[in-house]
Ligand binder design. Structure first.
Ligand code: 2PG
Ligand code: MG
Length: 432
């Protein structure tokens, strides 16, 4: 098989929010062609790699990505053509070098990532391997626990609901992914009934979870507990919860502004708030409990909750090994969120996972709030054996495609498949 790259071709497509994003087709000399698309965040951290947008208000309110498309079809295509697609890190490095900026500002992380992922998928196809085996080798047999975001707040619900952005259910007590997905879907539907019964609207937010107007950030957890019991499952034993408040989004002038509760909290008070919730509910993961630059607050958070809960940094680490290394050195968390487009290449993303795992930290792979039907992250999660993947509600095409891909992989692995279950996290699941 001649796995040298023949062409890479980019185009502008739409994401799940109706905004432009980029997809790339990579063709190899052997005749294989593979495609990959990149997602886009709304609650983006300020330290993320640059997502290049056109800024031309005449088109898509300035959100077009035609410059990124041109960067792929011009200089990037010229650079990577002829390179061998199985040399992933050489290709990623060549693009990073050619871009020349520390944050991929010249070509755009969206342009570079789309090529990086399309190359990997083409190489897997040419090798006649499923993507998860190509990336992870023969040992890639453990399926992750799906972290399903069934109630949306914050910017994903246009600030009309809870301040906290994501309320996830964690079906870690299931026997396999298939059962975990079934439980997740059942709880999702039960939650709809609970919300209706309480007189709430059941429209959904960007990630497919319901987006009710609530009077506090605790209220959704009550509804979720009811939904879990309503379907005959046991909160804490069968299904846990995880939270991503996305705290950067409501951190202003050193204070956390909880609009729904009409309160302003200091970092210490936020830590106490989380500690109270962690006492009352079967938490396993708390992501972005504090804001992206509140390193002192994170230290206090880790001192209080780090022994018992996986504290995952998203905006603070942005899948960047330099920032993760600082977090490990200063001991401010015990988990990292992994988003390909925060850093912009597959190789750098894999390095971030490696660093987290070496420190015995958790690594939770994540979608973005603006997604496509590309399910690359499902395969990548199995390949990197990170044990947990969050990719929204068990509803809406761009979300369920990832969960469906996990079920396909599980089927493909047959008897060799295992399920991460309660062992998925950097801290053991607490008795509840
Ligand atoms: C997050 C993500 C994904 P966004 O904060 O973790 O759920 O949201 O893609 O908007 O940054
Ligand atoms: Mg987050």
């Amino acid at each position: 098989m001649d796995t040298r790259i023949k062409t890479v071709l980019a185009r502008q497509i739409l994401d799940s929010r109706g905004n432009p994003t980029i997809e790339v087709e990579c063709s190899l000399q052997c005749g294989v062609t593979a495609r990959a698309a990149v997602p886009s965040g709304a609650s983006t951290g300020s330290h993320e790699a640059v997502e290049l947008r056109d800024g031309d208000k005449q088109h898509f309110s300035g959100k077009g990505v035609l410059k990124a498309v041109a960067n792929v079809n011009g200089p990037i295509a010229a650079e990577v053509s002829g390179m061998n697609a199985i040399h992933q890190s050489a290709i990623d490095e060549a693009m990073i070098r050619l871009d020349g900026t520390p944050n991929k500002a010249k070509f755009g992380a969206n342009a570079i990532l789309a090529v990086s992922l399309a190359v990997a998928r083409a190489a897997a196809m040419a090798s006649d391997l499923p993507l998860f085996h190509y990336l992870g080798g023969a040992n890639a047999t453990r399926l992750p626990v799906p972290m399903m975001n069934i109630l949306n707040g914050g910017i994903h619900a246009n600030w009309q609901g809870a301040d906290f952005q994501e309320y996830m259910i964690v079906p870690y007590g299931a026997n396999d992914v298939r059962q975990a997905v079934e439980w997740g879907a059942e709880v999702y539907h039960a939650l709809k009934s609970v919300l209706k019964a309480e007189g709430h609207r059941v429209g959904v937010g960007d990630e497919g979870g319901f987006a009710p107007e609530v009077g506090s950030n605790e209220e959704p957890l009550e509804y979720i507990m009811r939904a879990i019991t309503d379907v005959g499952l046991n909160p804490g034993k069968d299904v846990g919860v995880a939270l991503d408040p996305a705290s950067t989004e409501f951190f202003k002038d050193g204070k956390y502004l909880l609009r729904t509760e009409n309160r302003e909290l200091t970092s210490e008070e936020m830590v106490k708030y989380h500690a109270v919730l962690a006492d009352r509910y079967p938490y396993v993961v708390l992501e972005d409990g504090l804001a992206e630059d509140d390193w002192n607050g994170w230290k206090i958070l880790n001192e209080h909750l780090g022994a018992t809960i996986e504290l995952v940094g998203d905006d603070i680490f942005v899948t960047n090994v330099e920032r993760i290394a600082r977090g490990i050195r200063e001991n401010i968390a015990n988990g990292v969120l992994i988003k390909l487009n925060q850093i912009g290449t597959l190789s750098e993303t894999m390095a971030a996972v490696r660093m987290a795992r070496l420190a015995e930290w958790g690594a939770m792979v994540s979608h973005r709030s603006g997604e496509t039907v590309d399910s690359f992250i499902a395969d990548m999660t199995v390949a990197l054996d990170t044990g947990h993947l969050k990719t929204g509600a068990p509803a809406r095409g761009e979300r369920v495609e990832k969960y469906n891909q996990l079920m396909r992989i599980e089927e493909q692995l047959g008897g060799t498949a295992t399920f991460a279950g309660k062992k998925a996290f950097s801290r053991p699941v607490r008795p509840f």
